[in-house]
Design a protein around this ligand. Structure first.
Ligand SMILES: O=C(O)C(=O)C[C@@H](O)[C@H](O)[C@H](O)COP(=O)(O)O
Ligand code: ZN
Length: 357
C-alpha cells in the first residue's frame, strides 16, 4: 500500500469590522481592495434604492471596474435558479478568480451571494456588508452560505469564509420595523444560549432609540459569541449546533407556509419558545425561564405560539433537518437563560415538538 497525506491550507482569517458610520469610510480600505480588477456588488432593490450609488462610488475609487447585480428582495430569491443567473452575469462581466464579490444586503443576499462566491469558478473572494439586523448580528459571520430548496431551508450550500465583514449599525435606520424585530430574534437567541447578561440587558431598553444607540456593542457581543463557537467548530459537528436554538421548528414553519410568509426571525422566535416548552416538560428548564423568554419575545413584538399545521406535512419537512445524524436529531435546548445543551431525539419522536401538550 502506498500512503500519501495532503494537508491543505484551510485555516482562514475573516476580519470583522464593527463601527457606526463605517459605510462612508470604505474608500479608506484601499489596501484590501485595490488588488481587484473587477468588484461585483450583489444587492437587492430595497438596499440599492438607498445605498448602492454611494457604495459603488467608494469601490470605484480603488481603480478597478465596479459591476452591480440587483435582485428582488425576499427569501424566495434565495434559490438555485437565481444562483445560476448570477453565474452567467459574472461570466458576462469577465469575472475571474482574481476578482471579488461584495454582498450588500440582508441574510438572503449574504447567503446567496456568498454561495455564488463559493461556487463560481470554485471560489472567488467574498466580502460582506450586512444591512439588516439579522445579517449584522448573525448570518454574515460564520462562513455559512447557501440557497433554499422547496424541500428545505438552506439545503444546498457551502462553508465559505468571507475575507472581511463590515458591520455598520447606521444601516438599521432605514430597516423596515418588521425586519428590525426579525433580527431581534437572533439577538435574543445569543442571550438565551450564551449570555444571561445580554438577555437581561435586552430586557432593560425602554425605547428602540436607546437600543439603536447601543447597537454596535449589542452586535459586537453577538458576534463575539458566534466567533468563539465557529472558531471551535466551523463545520457544525459539535458545539456549533447551539446556534440552531429554535431553528428546527423555525425552518419547518418557514417552509410550511412558503418562504417569506413568516420571516426567519419570527419563525425562530416561535421555535425558541416551543422547544423551551418541551424542555420544561422534560424537566430541563424552569417555568420561570420559559416565562422570561415569553416575556422578552412579547416585548419585542415577536410571535411565540405555534401556528396550526398538518402534522403529516410537518413531519415530512422535519425529516430534512440538517441536524439529523442518522435517525437521531440533535436539538439545542436552554437549561437556564444564558446556557445551551444539545439533546438527542429519535426521528419518530421529533414530531412531538409540534404537538400540543
Ligand atoms: O451559523 C449558524 O450555524 C447558525 O445556526 C445561525 C443560524 O441563525 C442561521 O439561521 C443558519 O443559517 C442556520 O443554519 P442551517 O445550517 O440550519 O441552515
Ligand atoms: Zn438563524
Amino acid at each position: 500500500m502506498k500512503k500519501l497525506s495532503c494537508t491543505t491550507e484551510s485555516v482562514h482569517k475573516t476580519e470583522i469590522y464593527i463601527q457606526k458610520g463605517l459605510r462612508d469610510h470604505l474608500f479608506e480600505l484601499d489596501s484590501l481592495f485595490k488588488k481587484y480588477r473587477t468588484i461585483v456588488i450583489i444587492t437587492d432593490e430595497n438596499v440599492a434604492g438607498y445605498y448602492l450609488k454611494g457604495i459603488v462610488k467608494q469601490f470605484a475609487s480603488f481603480g478597478g471596474t465596479v459591476r452591480q447585480i440587483v435582485l428582488e428582495p425576499g427569501e424566495p430569491t434565495k434559490n438555485l435558479g437565481q444562483a445560476e443567473e448570477i453565474y452567467y452575469k459574472l461570466a458576462e462581466f469577465g469575472v475571474t478568480r482574481a476578482d471579488a464579490i461584495v454582498a450588500l444586503g440582508g441574510g438572503v443576499i449574504g447567503d446567496l451571494a456568498g454561495f455564488c462566491a463559493a461556487t463560481y469558478m470554485r471560489g472567488i473572494d467574498l466580502y460582506q456588508i450586512p444591512t439588516s439586523l439579522i445579517a449584522m448580528s448573525d448570518s454574515a459571520v460564520g462562513d455559512k452560505t447557501g440557497v433554499d430548496l422547496d424541500i428545505g431551508k438552506n439545503m444546498v450550500g457551502a462553508f465559505y469564509p468571507a475575507e472581511a465583514v463590515f458591520v455598520d449599525p447606521v444601516f438599521l435606520q432605514t430597516l423596515d420595523d418588521r425586519f428590525f424585530i426579525d433580527g431581534m430574534a437572533e439577538v435574543i437567541k445569543y442571550g438565551c444560549i450564551a449570555s444571561g447578561k445580554l438577555f437581561v440587558r435586552l430586557t432593560g431598553y425602554q425605547y428602540q432609540e436607546d437600543l439603536l444607540d447601543d447597537m454596535d456593542s449589542v452586535i459586537a457581543k453577538c458576534l463575539q459569541i458566534k466567533r468563539n463557537v465557529v472558531e471551535e467548530d466551523e463545520r457544525e459537528s459539535g458545539i456549533r449546533r447551539i446556534l440552531n436554538f429554535g431553528h428546527t421548528i423555525g425552518h419547518v414553519i418557514e417552509n410550511y407556509f412558503g418562504y417569506g410568509t413568516y420571516t426567519h426571525g419570527e419563525a425562530v422566535a416561535i421555535g425558541m419558545y416551543n422547544i423551551t416548552r418541551m424542555s420544561v416538560r422534560e424537566g430541563i428548564t424552569s417555568e420561570e425561564d420559559l416565562a422570561n423568554l415569553g416575556q422578552i419575545l412579547d416585548t419585542y413584538g415577536l410571535p411565540r405560539e405555534l401556528p396550526e399545521m398538518d402534522l403529516d406535512r410537518v413531519n415530512a419537512i422535519l425529516q430534512n433537518d440538517k441536524k439529523f445524524e442518522g435517525d437521531v436529531l440533535n436539538l439545542c435546548v436552554m437549561p437556564q437563560i444564558g446556557t445551551a445543551e444539545i439533546v438527542r431525539v429519535h426521528k419518530n419522536m421529533a414530531i412531538e415538538l409540534f404537538q400540543a401538550e
